[in-house]
Design a protein around this ligand. Sequence first.
Ligand code: GLN
Length: 281
Amino acid sequence: MPISIENALREAALLLAEHQSPSPRSDALVLLCHVLDKPSSYLYTWSDKLLTDDENNAFTALLERRKLGEPVAYIIGYRDFWSLRLNVEPSTLIPRPDTERLVELALERLPSQADSVLDLGTGTGAIALAIASERKDLQVTGVDLRSEAVALAERNRVENGITNAQFMQSSWFDNVPAHRFSMIVSNPPYIDPEDPHLSQGDVRFEPKSALVADDHGLADIRQICQQSPDFLVDDGWLLIEHGYDQGEPVRAIFSAAGFVDVDTLHDYAGLDRVTLGRFAR
Ligand code: GLN
């Protein structure tokens, strides 16, 4: 029995809800858009249209993967972030909407005469490419520990037509050439290894090296704060994403490393998410 777009979506949403998806309706929509290679507006406009057997089978196969918990972004192979479409792979974290907040805050603070930005732990290249796309006058460097991530970020750069970003392999600052950047940004691993959320939802499928840090999730943030001054211009800003309950310890780490005007700002859910500070020599 052929099934309409509308009914296929409804059935899929019910099925995914039964399998603990936190977003069954939007998962179903994104997966069917992918199968049909159409935007969601098409699915709403043509909701009575019947799926072909091939389309229905392909949709069912993707739903089976989602039922087992695999993140939608890994199933379809991309995630939209800022104004960009980014390829994602299981070797990198899936870009989150909350990280767009970090991009916004960075752009607000980048002076007009800024010439360079460094993104530490770039993953898909999300933050670096979003900043580069908005500020074509400056050079953005993104580094990642994993060479698969560096290759992916470079592919995302090319596919988004961005010419003012470059990517290289480096464990934090280890391979970063001596340079004073106008700003340093990072979404480092910050989850406590004991956090029970690590065994729930999408994070189960993401690389632990991108999620988890020692010392209650603060070890990498501390290292970045301590080393950043050597790579920042006078009055250069450092912005770091962190967990909703890490604002206070992260502000203390920034202050101890010599940063001033230290502040923590909220994500779109109103939770502490980004701490920033200016390095005054
Ligand atoms: N915000 C992500 C989460 O809580 C973690 C991202 C990170 O560790 N950098 O799922």
